[in-house]
Design a protein around this ligand. Structure first.
Ligand code: NDP
Ligand code: MG
Length: 361
């Protein structure tokens, strides 16, 4: 593989740190730029001999200076939007962990991708799995795709128990170790809702062809149902170093420290439908996705505000879904053709959600 210079955005996070581990073990990959939001990164920059490092500020300026071959966008939340649109517009390979940007800006991102013509490589494990299972199968042979969800720590909680869950409990994910925002999203199933919309934009599939199923052990990452009744599944122990490595070295496949499946230890492959009553954020995401326009942007914005408020103790777990539902009710969801319009839609949903948080205090 030709030397690949990577811009790693969100270097101090869960994905960022695992990406640095993958890069350190993978000849031919180097880091030309790193960015974090607020945490210092001097040490990382020195260890990886990085020329361009930035804490906070405009990551697009950083990307323009660094001229990377590939951008790994591992920023959390809507803050990742500039980097996603920049890479897609400029035809620079984009390894995308930051699902929120694709959810919020799906139509703008697809237009930019079309103009730029570069690679868009999913890092999210389910989408990486689908990307691999769909390879070689034209739209005519694919019936639908299936995203698996662990179900989170509250899979078996009653509505009454859900009323009283704590931040600490929400942060104890049963199968994945991740940053706080996505861990809470996994507990509410908003993460699977965001992933549903992410899959729609990544693979050009209508929502009625994207199914979600709960699979508590997270060994099957996704499935593709083919027309003839066959289904292709992607399996492996839940470890993000695999999809990160795949995206960074694509189309090569490098060794990782992750062991292969061990059948002697037994393998539990159980599936059940998600409960949309107890976890309404999945239903709301599907509705927002189907309505299109800026509804997904409003869903994401309100969810970000609500999750931050839950994490700082301002609202309760079930308030997250209520707040997102309110924000969706209050938005007109009108489509936008420019980033400025999207920023306005995002800002309005945030203001509305913040108002509800203040009222709940
Ligand atoms: P973390 O919270 O662990 O890390 C977030 C990173 O983003 C940190 O490095 C943070 O910097 C940085 N950041 C935040 N705001 C900015 C900003 N304005 N400019 C530059 N950097 C910023 O999150 P995760 O690593 O868990 O998740 C990152 C993304 O990947 C999310 O979109 C998530 O949904 C997605 N993802 C994560 C998975 C996982 O296993 N963790 C799995 C699949 C997808 P600082 O440290 O300074 O705050
Ligand atoms: Mg995922």
């Amino acid at each position: 593989m030709r030397e690949r210079r990577i811009a790693l955005l969100g270097a101090t996070g869960s994905i960022g740190r695992q990406a640095l581990e993958v890069i350190a073990a993978s000849p031919g990959l180097s880091v030309c730029a790193i960015a974090s939001g607020t945490r210092p990164i001097d040490g990382l920059a020195a260890n990886f001999d990085v020329e361009h490092a930035q804490v906070g500020g405009d990551v697009v300026e950083l990307l323009e200076r660094a001229e990377p071959d590939l951008v790994l966008n591992a920023i959390v939340g809507f803050a990742g939007i500039g980097a996603t649109l920049w890479a897609l517009e400029h035809g620079v390979s984009l390894a995308l962990a930051n699902k929120e940007s694709l959810v919020a800006a799906g139509d703008l991102a697809l237009d930019a991708w079309k103009r730029g013509g570069g690679l868009l490589l999913p890092v999210d494990s389910e989408h990486s799995a689908l990307f691999q299972c769909l390879d070689g199968h034209g739209p005519g042979s694919v019936d639908s795709v299936v995203l698996t969800a662990s179900g989170g720590p509250f899979r078996n909680h009653t509505p009454d128990e859900l009323e009283h869950v704590t931040v600490e409990e929400a942060l104890a994910h049963p199968t994945w170790s991740m940053g706080p925002k996505i861990t809470v999203d996994s507990a509410t199933l908003a993460n699977k809702g965001l992933e549903l919309i992410e899959a729609h934009f990544l693979f050009g599939l209508d929502y009625d062809r994207i199914e979600v199923v709960v699979h508590p052990t997270s060994v099957v990452h996704a499935l593709v149902r083919l027309r003839d009744g066959a289904a292709l599944a992607h399996l492996g122990y839940p470890d993000m170093r695999v999809p990160i490595s795949y995206a960074l070295t694509y189309p090569e496949r490098r060794a990782t420290p992750v062991p292969g499946l061990d059948f002697s230890a037994g393998l539990q492959l159980e599936f059940e439908p998600p409960d949309l009553e107890r976890f309404p954020l999945l239903r709301l995401a599907r509705e927002a996705g189907e309505r299109g326009g800026t509804f997904p942007c409003a869903y994401n914005a309100a969810n970000e505000v609500a999750v931050a408020a839950f994490l700082d103790g301002s609202i309760r777990f079930l308030d997250i879904a209520a707040l997102v539902a309110d924000a969706l009710d209050a938005t007109d969801g009108a489509p936008v053709t420019h980033l400025a319009g999207l920023m306005t839609a995002d800002g309005e949903a945030r203001r509305l959600a913040a108002g509800r948080v203040a009222a709940a205090r």
